[in-house]
Design a protein around this ligand. Structure first.
Ligand code: CA
Length: 236
């Protein structure tokens, strides 16, 4: 069963989340501030990190940067802030999803399962593609089987969410996906919530792989970047 690290300074929340995840069969470790959280992640090598945004020591954004530097561990960010900017920054530094407090334990467990499923620790939706196939988008190559990405044959670190977005677009070159379709396909959300989180992940991908890797189709959404291809409506 998967190991989850919780980094949260509010003890009531940390212990409630830990108890709920343990009852679901997860192995859970808890840290109460930024520096000890980073140490804990490096020590136990978890399958997923639940990370509070506001933490003593240094905040969740800095924790996210540091733990993502070593390897792409999925991060679910918790926040009491209602500032959208903070959330977008969180997603840009490598968080895969977020929950705003107060949240229901059931919602949290559902998100944890969804993230783990996506990154292949419990049935990867991408595993239905031929395992050995490499997706090519110009200078970028993606290997769904190993979840490795390269730019001009040099390895590039992508978060699980960034990888999934690019793999989804790259699998259907020329097809335009709306933000709502991406949210539904990648995150499993059906209510169109958080369309701007898609923009934030796309920005991160462009920073890492070049502006041309994903094309904005104004008023519609996004497509894999290739000027040669004519966009056509997807599942309209
Ligand atoms: Ca806090």
């Amino acid at each position: 069963m998967a190991t989850v690290v919780i980094i949260e300074d509010e003890e009531t929340i940390a212990s409630a989340v830990a108890a709920r995840l343990r009852s679901e069969g997860f192995t859970v470790e808890v840290a109460g501030d930024g520096p000890s959280g980073v140490d804990l992640v490096q020590r136990v090598n978890p399958d997923l990190v639940i990370l509070d945004l506001m933490l003593p020591g240094f905040d969740g954004l800095e924790v996210c940067r540091r733990i993502q530097k070593d390897r792409p561990v999925p991060v679910l960010m918790l926040t009491a802030r209602d500032s959208e900017t903070d959330l977008l920054v969180g997603l840009a530094v490598g968080a895969d999803d977020y929950l705003t407090k107060p949240f229901s334990p059931r919602e949290l467990v559902a998100r944890v399962h969804a993230i783990l499923r996506r990154v292949g620790r419990g049935g990867d939706p991408l595993a239905s593609s031929p395992a050995e196939r490499t997706l090519r988008l110009g200078r970028v190559a993606l290997e769904p089987a190993t979840r490795r990405a390269t730019l001009d044959s040099e390895p590039v670190h992508l978060t699980p969410t960034e990888f999934d977005i690019l793999a989804l677009l790259g699998d259907k070159p020329g097809v335009v996906f709306t933000r709502e379709q991406l949210l539904a396909d990648i995150w499993g959300y059906r209510d169109g919530f958080g369309a701007r989180t898609v923009d934030s992940h796309v920005q991160a991908l462009r920073r890492k792989l070049g502006a041309g890797v994903i094309r904005t189709v104004h008023g519609v959404g996004y497509a894999a970047g290739d000027d040669e291809l004519t966009p056509k409506a997807n599942r309209a």
